[in-house]
Design a protein around this ligand. Structure first.
Ligand SMILES: NC(=O)c1ccc[n+]([C@@H]2O[C@H](COP(=O)([O-])OP(=O)(O)OC[C@H]3O[C@@H](n4cnc5c(N)ncnc54)[C@H](O)[C@@H]3O)[C@@H](O)[C@H]2O)c1
Ligand SMILES: O=C(O)C(=O)C[C@@H](O)[C@H](O)[C@H](O)COP(=O)(O)O
Ligand SMILES: [Zn+2]
Length: 361
């Protein structure tokens, strides 16, 4: 029985985002959507399987189900893991009608989604986000990818899911450090597209830290709505969707420089948002008070706003592999005040270096 809220995403293949759904009800929805009896391939991590597979499987009696377990970690978003998943899927008898269920955070969503986009030239998949980051950001919009030593998400696709099935109760087991990664993306949404959301986060900072479930429902819904709006306007990132990349040109360079270990995506984005805000200030798009407001909020949650011992030139070189760049020119997203973004296509390495130097201790 469906509860909660449904938002539809405009796409070449439109799909619904169900917020406040229950894991055990997914089977009933799938029966109406794909028909009973199909083969399902759940791709998940060991800890998530331990916590949630029994609940999910309660509703999947009408299907044949196999589960593929992927070790935890950002470095699992790799071509090697895609190859392993392919062997395992074939061993399970997967075919073109198989539907992948991506049960997990952004790593599982990006990896399983990319696997689905390529397996036998493309099979259907459902995003079942279990981290705050995945609920508000990665499960929506169809960006799927794996990483490469040369850069983050360098191999991927825009591949819309059949549906996004979000059960808020899975947040109960999410460690606070992981919640922070989602908060970084939520603050990103607020800064580039929803100034009122930023005020809401500031006002309720203590309740967010106290993990009040009702508050997370509202926060998740408001943040997801920003993502749905931007990807519905611009699915393949020709224009406004680029705003969602605020903080990422810098953040992805940090993640790649650290070989996707020792820094989370949310931490990279947090530091990256601060670097981009300094650049926005230098360009006159943000005043000092707005930059300080952002830093205060991030620090208030315990998100990093600086990083120690980094070679800024190496980071600038890694920014050369950013997917937004065009003909060798770096393309950056900056905040324009609070609540709006702006894309700049004429940033020079000197000003990028100055921005890095503001966040490197
Ligand atoms: N496709 C997109 O649009 C998009 C958007 C933002 C981020 N991303 C990607 O998402 C990834 C980061 O995702 P993430 O922050 O969700 O990290 P993650 O997927 O690595 O999950 C973090 C950790 O939390 C654990 N976990 C997940 N759900 C849990 C739960 N309910 N209870 C307890 N533990 C749980 C996982 O096992 C994992 O160890 C990065 O690779 C990033 O590039 C993609
Ligand atoms: O959905 C988008 O568009 C985003 O940019 C959301 C980001 O939070 C996300 O990390 C995304 O995967 C980055 O995409 P990339 O194209 O810079 O790899
Ligand atoms: Zn991100």
């Amino acid at each position: 029985m469906m509860q909660g809220q449904r938002i539809d995403v405009v796409s070449v293949k439109p799909y619904p985002v169900f917020l406040g759904a229950r894991l055990e009800d997914l089977g009933e929805y799938l029966t109406t959507r794909i028909g009973a009896g199909e083969h399902l391939l759940v791709i998940t991590h060991p800890n998530i399987a331990a916590d949630y597979m029994d609940t999910l499987k309660k509703g999947l009696g009408a299907f044949s189900v196999n589960t593929l377990i992927v070790p935890q970690g950002e470095d699992e978003k790799s071509l090697n893991r895609l190859s392993d998943l392919t062997s395992e899927a074939i061993a399970c008898g997967a075919d073109r009608k198989t539907v992948v269920l991506a049960l997990g955070g952004g790593v599982i969503g990006d990896l399983a989604g990319f696997f689905a986009s390529m397996f036998m030239r493309g099979i259907r998949y459902v995003q079942i986000p279990t981290t705050l980051l995945a609920m508000v950001d990665s499960s929506i919009g169809g960006k799927v990818a794996v990483n490469h030593a040369a850069g983050k998400n360098l191999l991927g696709d825009f591949y819309p899911p059949l549906a996004v099935w979000t059960d808020f109760s899975t947040l109960e087991t999410l460690p606070w450090e992981e919640m922070l990664n989602g908060l970084a993306e939520t603050i990103k949404h607020a800064v580039i597209a929803d100034g009122e959301l930023l005020s809401f986060i500031e006002k309720h900072q203590e309740e967010i830290k106290a993990r009040k479930p009702e508050l997370y429902k509202e926060l998740t819904s408001r943040s997801s709505a920003v993502k749905v709006r931007l990807v519905s306007e611009d699915e393949t990132e020709q224009g406004k969707r680029m705003f969602l990349n605020y903080g990422h040109s810098f953040g992805h360079a940090l993640e790649a420089e650290m070989a996707y270990q020792g820094i989370t995506h949310g931490q990279g984005v947090s530091i990256g948002m601060v670097a981009a805000a300094h650049l926005a200030h230098e360009r006159g798009f943000m005043n000092n008070g707005e930059v300080e407001r952002l830093i205060k909020l991030l620090k208030g949650f315990g998100l990093p706003v600086t990083i120690k011992n980094k070679d800024s030139q190496a980071l600038i070189n890694l920014m050369g592999a950013d997917k937004k760049n065009y003909k060798g020119q770096k393309v950056l997203v900056l905040p324009k005040g609070i609540g709006q973004g702006i894309v700049i296509r004429d940033a020079d390495n000197e000003e990028i270096l100055r921005a890095w130097n503001k966040v490197i201790e």
